[in-house]
Design a protein around this ligand. Structure first.
Ligand code: PHE
Length: 337
């Protein structure tokens, strides 16, 4: 009796069914009415009384082991053909990532800061024409930004292209002719640049535009300062450097004190302690005139910031390509929904 029990134990110990059928056969062989285990129980009568306690325990254990195996392995095959009872068709699908892309988090948080100040969100299209991306923004016909090397053209005549900046949305909003204007416009932009850790041919910007009576450079500075304090924290400093954009006059680029080294100097800020995050300026009167806005009455400011650059600083990401590869190991480090 003891040998029989041991023999069966050896047979079942490593059993691993690869099909449901195999598992069924296993169950029938050992546990069905005419199976090997009930047969052993039937033989139990013949066991000498002094051995009954020990053999009885072994027998029960054998039965439990086999039952457990069957139950465990049944789960593998649940939901397979012939057993639909385990499928709940109304269950929502499991999310692949279940979180938010870091660029979406940054966009949402930046939007929220400006919305609190009364800015509303505007949108434009990624496929644009020369007028809205360049001409209406005062780009001279021979400006290098229009060059084939920077701009992705869809067709040349009529000119259809991928916007190279979100400033095209400024034009779209001004065209609607409703004043005052106080918008921010997030969007994806395209430039024909070699892909590296610091540049990509696709990236994101957030544009801001405020046009009203008596808007000055001081207002622009104040709003950007507020934004930086809210987003990067109260220790963050800003500085403006004179710059040039065809559609703003005066124009500036704004740097923030490097939040990675705290302004002491590191690789990210190229040891200057400062990192550029946006371009800005006072709307050139020509832009207002071409949209039918009276520059004697109205003035405005505009700014455009790079979302990837801001995300890299905020989350200390050192390679821009990570945003576009959708590697789950990268994405899962961000907010889970
Ligand atoms: N559109 C400019 C760029 O992409 C940034 C900018 C926006 C500058 C608004 C001034 C005002 O570089």
């Amino acid at each position: 009796m003891r040998e029989k029990i041991e023999k069966i134990l050896n047979e079942v110990r490593d059993f691993n069914a690869s099909t449901k059928e195999e598992l069924d056969n296993f169950r029938i062989t050992y546990l069905s009415k005419k199976g090997l285990v009930p047969a052993l129980f039937a033989d139990f009568k013949t066991v000498a009384p002094e051995l009954r306690k020990e053999i009885g325990m072994q027998l029960n254990e054998l039965k439990n082991i086999i039952q457990q195996k069957v139950e465990e392995q049944l789960q593998k095959f649940e939901g397979q053909q012939g057993d639909n009872s385990a499928i709940d068709m109304s269950m929502p699908a499991t999310a692949m990532h279940g979180g938010r892309h870091p660029l979406s988090i940054v966009r949402r948080d930046i939007n929220a800061i400006f919305e609190q100040l009364g800015f509303t969100i505007a949108e434009g299209t990624e496929v644009e024409d020369d007028f809205h991306v360049f001409s209406a923004l005062n780009f001279p016909p021979d400006h290098p930004a229009r060059d084939m090397q920077d701009t992705f053209f869809v067709t040349k005549n009529p000119d259809v292209l991928l916007r190279t900046h979100t400033s095209s949305i400024q034009v779209r909003v001004m065209e609607q002719g409703k004043l005052p204007i106080r918008i921010i416009a997030p969007g994806r932009v395209f430039r024909n640049e070699a892909i590296s850790a610091r540049a990509h041919c696709i990236f994101h910007q957030i544009e801001g535009l405020y046009i009203d009576e008596n808007v000055s450079f001081a207002d622009l500075k104040q709003v950007l300062y507020h934004f930086v304090q809210e987003y990067f924290g109260p220790d963050t400093k800003i500085r403006f450097r004179p710059s040039y954009f065809p559609f703003t006059e005066p124009s500036a680029e704004m740097d923030i004190s490097c939040n990675i080294c705290g302004g002491k100097g590191c690789n990210i800020c190229k040891h200057t302690g400062w990192v550029e995050i946006l371009g800005c300026g006072i709307c050139d009167p020509n832009i207002l005139i071409s949209s039918g806005i009276d520059p004697e009455k109205y003035t405005g400011y505009a700014f455009g910031m790079g979302v990837e650059r801001i995300a890299m600083l905020k989350y200390q990401i050192n390679d821009l390509r990570l945003f576009f590869e959708n590697d789950l190991r990268f994405l899962q480090q961000f907010e889970q929904a």
